[in-house]
Write a protein that binds this ligand. Structure first.
Ligand code: AMP
Ligand code: FE
Ligand code: FE
Ligand code: ZN
Length: 281
């Protein structure tokens, strides 16, 4: 029997993907996946729609991708199967979302001040859930200023530390790992080696994260070079961390397909076994 196809990192319209959660689960089954994690940025708001629409034959891992930083460097933490009612974590995630609204408004103000024809109303309508730079990028595409969402992620536009970029609130990753664990969830470091997006943390930070309760590293990811994967695999082995693979699907906001990278059944099983906040659906 061929192995299960498991994709543990995807986005819906609950954050900066373009596929509504109820369609994402259908697309996942149609793509041949057996298990899917829904991991929208800083929110659990897509979970119910995905769960209600869950087709027979697909397992759903409810998760989120939490905006974090360490030593001034941004990073993303995947959290799986945590109790969404655990207030210390839920409260912090709400603060992250609120800060994202303020920051997106600030970025639009900077664009408008320079005469760029985008409006906050436009961005607000593009964002169904957690607002992010891809929504501002979509507004720039709509107004004909850039050709694609990816083209907006440059120093001239809204790339990290770019001309119209603004900082958002991020949780210290050691605090976040602690909160995820207290909520019964499982923490995995998302795309630790995605250096094309900006600075990445060093191995010393991954060592600190492992000591704080990190469970795994996302090794197979579209933004990782073969060298980065080899390095992360070695580091995971040294630190006793499991490794995952995922597409980081964002619908039309990125070019990657669902299931482009996959997680082993062993790693998937270990994540489910470790979680005490929620069950897989
Ligand atoms: P934010 O969380 O608002 O700072 O926006 C970051 C998000 O932008 C990431 O989660 C990706 O979805 C998206 N992103 C980052 N770099 C790129 C890129 N080069 N092309 C397309 N989307 C990107
Ligand atoms: Fe995203
Ligand atoms: Fe990410
Ligand atoms: Zn992601």
């Amino acid at each position: 029997m061929p192995g299960l196809k498991i994709d543990l990192h995807t986005h819906s319209t609950a954050s900066d993907g373009t596929t509504p959660p109820e369609l994402l689960v259908r697309e996942a089954l149609d793509s041949g996946l057996d298990a899917l994690a829904l991991t929208d940025h800083d929110t659990t708001s897509g979970w119910d729609a995905a769960a209600e629409a869950l087709p027979v034959g697909l397992r759903l891992v409810r998760g989120a991708e939490i905006s974090c930083s360490r030593n001034g460097i941004s990073l993303h933490l995947l959290a799986y199967l945590f109790d969404p009612a655990y207030a210390p974590l839920a409260d912090r995630m709400r603060e992250l979302r609120e800060s994202r609204v303020n920051r997106a408004e600030q970025m639009v103000r900077m664009l408008v001040a320079d005469g760029v024809p985008v409006t906050w109303e436009q961005v607000r309508l593009l964002a169904d859930g957690t607002v992010g730079r891809p929504h501002i990028a979509q507004a720039l595409v709509q107004s004909g200023l850039v050709e694609s969402v990816a083209d907006a992620f440059t120093p001239e536009w809204i790339g990290t530390h770019g001309r119209y970029w603004g900082a958002k609130l991020e949780l210290d990753v050691v605090e976040a790992i602690g909160l995820v664990e207290e909520a019964g969830g499982v923490a995995v470091f998302a795309h630790p080696g995605a250096s094309s997006r900006g600075r990445t943390v060093g191995d010393d930070v991954i060592v600190e994260m492992a000591a704080a309760g990190l469970v795994g590293l996302e090794v197979d990811h579209p933004d990782h070079t073969p060298e980065a994967r080899a390095h992360l695999n070695r580091l995971a082995q040294e630190l006793g961390l499991l490794t995952t693979g995922s597409s980081d699907f964002h619908g039309r906001n990125k070019t990657v397909a669902l299931g482009a990278h996959l997680t082993s059944e062993d790693a998937y099983g270990a994540i489910l076994a470790r979680a005490s906040g929620l069950d897989v659906l």
